[in-house]
Design a protein around this ligand. Sequence first.
Ligand SMILES: [Ca+2]
Ligand SMILES: [Ca+2]
Length: 138
Amino acid sequence: MRKPIPIIGAIAAALAATLVVPASAGPNCSTGYHCGWDIGFDTGKISFFNSDQDFRDNKFNTGVVADNNIKTVSNSTSTDYVSFWYREVNYVGFLFCVNPNSSVQNLPDDGVPGNGIGLGNEASSMWLIPGGTYPGCY
Ligand SMILES: [Ca+2]
Ligand SMILES: [Ca+2]
């Protein structure tokens, strides 16, 4: 009877993970950036490198304004920044937060953008705070 060789298996798995997935990267978002989408992970993308206190002057790559229009978020920080998303400009009205190397797709949404109900299609600013991961964030 052959004995299993768990150490080689573990090394192979770790190596494969290292080769396939960058150390800290959310889905479809370049390392160091915090990304948002209009729909899913592929329609209407915007990438933030720093905090942004007002989305009214930010647009997706489709040209659509990002304010009150982000439904999906991915965190690809290269360090330990957690993204905190707010209902209003200037970081007022906390909505949700996303930990390093994490994401959330199609946030709960009542179908009416910017009416203060739901999490999707509500964000108007995003603040990056170091020291993650934080409990209670996606
Ligand atoms: Ca802005
Ligand atoms: Ca809403």
